[in-house]
Ligand binder design. Structure first.
Ligand SMILES: Nc1nc2c(ncn2[C@@H]2O[C@H](COP(=O)(O)OP(=O)(O)OP(=O)(O)O)[C@@H](O)[C@H]2O)c(=O)[nH]1
Ligand SMILES: [Mg+2]
Length: 454
């Protein structure tokens, strides 16, 4: 039997409400010791899953707070064990007193993620759902939250379970044919097996390929703002961020490093990267900054190239535009419209092979909306099952390869051993995704990333 754990489960204190959570068989006894319901319905009389108003008792039996408490009977709780939650006034002193009272009554402090770990061990959720729980807690955009909720509702585990079932049925059929030669069992057809394995391999590859989209939704879509010095990159970055995050001066070469700011546009998170202006650098630090600008442009999923439209287009502008990889979505911002754009500037920018051109003023914000619309178009498609965990994507990729190898063996009519070992390896890798065959170390590593109280 598990011991009883206790932890604060709410956010930073002070807050409106402080939450203390208990889990483990016998936690109702602890609740009775530290919480006195006003209606006196404690222990045997307690009605499960109902909130009670009452007194929180401190060490000396004195009332520490007037608060609410609820008791969940196993297995109908988050952890699958008996659980209790106390909702106090959100003072750090009260929450600490509640926890200390619980510890005096026999509970121990919970480790990070221990509640969710118990939920996993009790079969309340699998590893993909546990990882989705962590994603959901850390989500900073509506789209990221939606993706995590879909995973928490079993989108990924449903796929993996279905694929595991296909492979298990295939192997069971094979062994049945081998073991019961006298019985009237449908013959094992290698061609059919190869088809199943190919389909599984393709589906897994497809899921793993979606990781890049999923990761952008979870951690932000990286967009680099590049251009020659003084074009107004930092000014545009600040205008998009809605605050003065980057330093702006009329001195060329102000930004020396890549600055990252998370902004939400259209319900999705963007990782905007302000970069050092591109030019033949004078100093060492600036040269390094320019190298980082180059890298930012290469690794982003979209690039905004900023031009100062109030002055002649220069070689440095052309150099900056050349940094954008052909494969990336890109746009040109002709900046400083408030002081007038040179008549032939747009024509010249068109010749740089950038189709989307926005004329705007980073200073006044005029014309910024059209750029925001362009950024919205970069939001990845979140439809269908989306993988956001690098751990899961890696396992999916190797399971896909194992399935492909097994399919090849089956197609080539190689010995059964070769086909079986690859199919079984795939099955094991799929089990690691959901946690059926994951080692205790993997599970512990995942739960250690949680906060205390979850
Ligand atoms: N009039 C006007 N001035 C602008 C606009 N955008 C930027 N500026 C000015 O242009 C100068 C350079 O702006 P920054 O945003 O620092 O330019 P940058 O591209 O980040 O420059 P580096 O960091 O040196 O590469 C500053 O004096 C800004 O005030 C604009 O839309 N209109
Ligand atoms: Mg700058």
């Amino acid at each position: 039997m598990n011991d009883i754990i206790v932890a604060p489960s709410g956010g930073a204190l002070p807050a409106a409400i402080g939450i203390v959570r208990l889990s483990g068989e016998g936690c109702d006894r602890i609740l009775d010791e530290i919480f006195l319901a006003k209606c006196n319905k404690n222990t045997t009389e307690r009605i499960i899953n109902k909130l009670y108003y009452g007194k929180l008792l401190g060490g000396n039996g004195k009332t520490v707070d007037l608060c609410m408490a609820v008791y969940f009977k196993a297995p109908n709780s988050y952890t699958g064990e008996a659980m209790a939650e106390i909702y106090t006034h959100g003072s750090a002193a009260i929450v600490t007193a509640a926890i200390e009272s619980a510890v005096r009554a026999g509970a121990r402090y919970a480790e990070p993620g221990e509640f969710t770990k118990r939920a996993f061990l009790n079969g309340k959720l699998d590893l993909t759902e546990a990882e989705a729980t962590a994603d959901l807690i850390h989500s900073t955009s509506e789209l990221a939250a939606q993706t995590a909720v879909s995973q928490l509702s079993g989108s990924v585990s449903g796929e993996i379970r279905a694929l595991r079932a296909d492979l298990t049925a295939l192997l069971a059929h094979y062994y049945a044919v081998c073991d019961y030669t006298d019985e009237d069992i449908e013959p094992f057809e290698y061609e059919k097996a190869a088809q199943t394995l190919r389909a599984a391999s393709n589906r897994l590859k497809n899921l793993a390929d979606g990781f890049e989209r999923g990761n952008a939704i979870k951690n932000g879509i990286p967009v680099a703002v590049i251009g020659k010095p003084n074009a107004g990159k930092s000014s545009l970055f600040n205008a998009l961020a809605g605050e003065d995050r980057a330093i702006v001066t009329d001195e060329a070469g102000t930004t020396r490093d890549v600055i990252e700011e998370h902004i939400t546009i259209g319900g999705a998170l963007f990782r905007m990267l302000d970069t050092a202006g591109i030019r033949q650098a004078g100093g060492k630090a600036e040269a390094m900054g320019i190298e980082r600008s180059r890298k930012a442009a290469e690794t982003a999923q979209g690039v905004i190239c900023v031009f100062d439209g109030s002055r002649e287009l220069t070689e440095e502008d052309i150099e900056a535009a050349k940094l954008i990889p052909d494969t990336l979505p890109k746009c040109a911002v002709i900046n400083k419209s408030d002081i007038g754009i040179l008549p032939d500037f747009e024509e010249k920018v068109k010749k740089l092979n950038i189709a989307n051109i926005f004329i705007l003023s980073a200073k006044t914000g005029d014309g910024l909306d059209a750029l925001t619309q362009w950024l919205k178009a970069l939001i990845p498609d979140a439809k269908g099952v989306l993988v956001t965990s690098p751990r899961q994507a890696k396992l999916m990729r190797s399971a896909s390869e194992s399935c492909a190898l097994a399919a090849e063996c089956a197609e080539a009519g190689l010995t059964a051993d070769a086909f079986l070992s690859d199919a079984e390896r795939a099955l094991d890798q799929l089990g690691k995704i959901t946690g059926e065959t994951a080692s205790a170390d993997i599970a512990s590593e995942i739960f250690s990333r949680f906060c205390v109280g979850k």
